[in-house]
Design a protein around this ligand. Structure first.
Ligand code: ATP
Ligand code: LTN
Length: 334
């Protein structure tokens, strides 16, 4: 608990351009939780260097992502929005937790297997211990809830295991966090291969809607979206392309899947795809406008970055000092 509220932590990597999947699966849910919880939303740049990055590009993307957090509706006065690399406790706690995590546990992580296959020339130790750093992010703030997409559930599970193990040895040090999965948009699929998740690192730009895509591009991508030859709009696993479009439409319009299916009964895929595209444009346009405005105000963004990092550093130090004491590091002389 922090100031009478439960604590929430989540983060996103500044690698690649954000997609509609990132927005519907993560960011959008984040904005609905800010009143109920004391929220920490980080741009997790320490995680990003587990794969090679161009330094100037990473710095630029990190700032853009933080700007996008605000543009998407996260109020930086109410939510702590900061760069992970500005708060020293993440790396410090990660080291300690490394010593409480087993190789066998990390070996089972599917994200590691996927990324190792994708970056076979750079399977570094950071990529392997990535989930430990993620556990540190979460546990550092004594987080109660962690809103993520379904693909991150395995990392949440290992976080809980590490925390439980640590508490088992040293007493009640960490709050055991619960995942929070949004009701709609938990897994948005690729527009070109609807059995694969929409991903910002997909090489095919038509597979993803980027948050900064202009309206024409969005409509064009939906028109080209891969569907099937059934010629009927049903919410079924047998029609993954249509099912994905219904999910997107539902998340962007507020209508339920049943309502959508009823409305489009007997109509062609062309009309349907256009309607889905328009609903997405309506959601993204205001975010894009606000983003453009924020980008002009350098001094405002800089002040947010500074004060929020200080706030995060302050709260994280509380947990870190406690953990350091528990494991037996000497007290600091004041
Ligand atoms: P990459 O392609 O670089 O692995 P990504 O697009 O999969 O990136 P992440 O940075 O791994 O995105 O995820 C950021 C957040 O967005 C996470 O909470 C994740 O669960 C969520 N997310 C990512 N892709 C989707 C998706 N297709 N549908 C729903 N949520 C998603
Ligand atoms: N691994 C996550 C990003 C991430 C995160 C976190 C999410 C890093 N630390 C802590 C929630 C809580 C991802 O790839 N989406």
């Amino acid at each position: 608990m922090l100031d009478g509220k439960k604590v929430l932590f989540s983060g996103m990597q500044a690698t690649g351009n954000l997609t509609l999947g990132n927005y519907l699966g993560a960011l959008k849910n984040w904005t609905t939780l800010t009143d109920e919880y004391q929220c920490f939303y980080s741009v997790v740049d320490l995680h990003s260097i587990t794969v090679r990055q161009d330094p100037a590009e990473l710095r630029k993307r990190a700032r853009n992502l933080l700007t996008l957090y605000i543009a998407a509706g996260l109020d930086p006065e109410k939510n702590c929005l900061y760069y992970q690399s500005h708060v020293t406790g993440h790396a410090e706690l990660a080291w300690i937790l490394n010593c409480f995590t087993y190789m066998g546990e990390l070996n089972r992580m599917t994200q590691f297997k996927d990324k190792a296959a994708k970056h076979a020339d750079n399977i570094n130790a950071g990529l392997f211990t990535y989930p430990v750093l993620m556990a540190a992010d979460i546990l550092l703030f004594q987080s109660d809830v962690v809103p993520v997409g379904k693909d991150q559930l395995q990392h949440l599970e290992i976080t809980r295991d590490i925390a439980t193990r640590f508490n088992g040895i040293y007493g009640d040090v960490f709050t055991i966090p619960e995942p929070y999965i949004g009701k709609v948009g938990a897994k948005i699929m690729s527009l070109q291969d609807p059995v694969k998740k929409m991903s910002k690192s997909d090489e095919n730009p038509n597979a993803s809607i980027y948050l900064m895509d202009d309206p024409d591009t969005i409509i064009r991508k939906f028109k080209r979206a891969v569907t099937d030859s059934e010629a009927c709009i049903r919410y079924s696993d047998d029609q993954p392309g249509i099912k994905n479009l219904i999910d997107i439409f539902s998340a962007c319009s507020g209508m339920t899947a049943e309502q959508i299916v009823a409305d489009y009964e007997g109509k062609g895929y062309g009309d349907f795809k256009l309607a889905v595209g328009e609903s997405v444009v309506n959601v993204l346009k205001p975010i894009q406008d606000r983003y453009a405005e924020l980008q002009k105000d350098k001094a405002y963004l800089d002040s947010i970055i500074k004060t929020n990092a200080e706030k995060a550093q302050y709260y994280s130090n509380k947990t870190l000092r406690k953990v350091q004491k528990k494991v037996g590091f000497p007290e600091r002389v004041r």
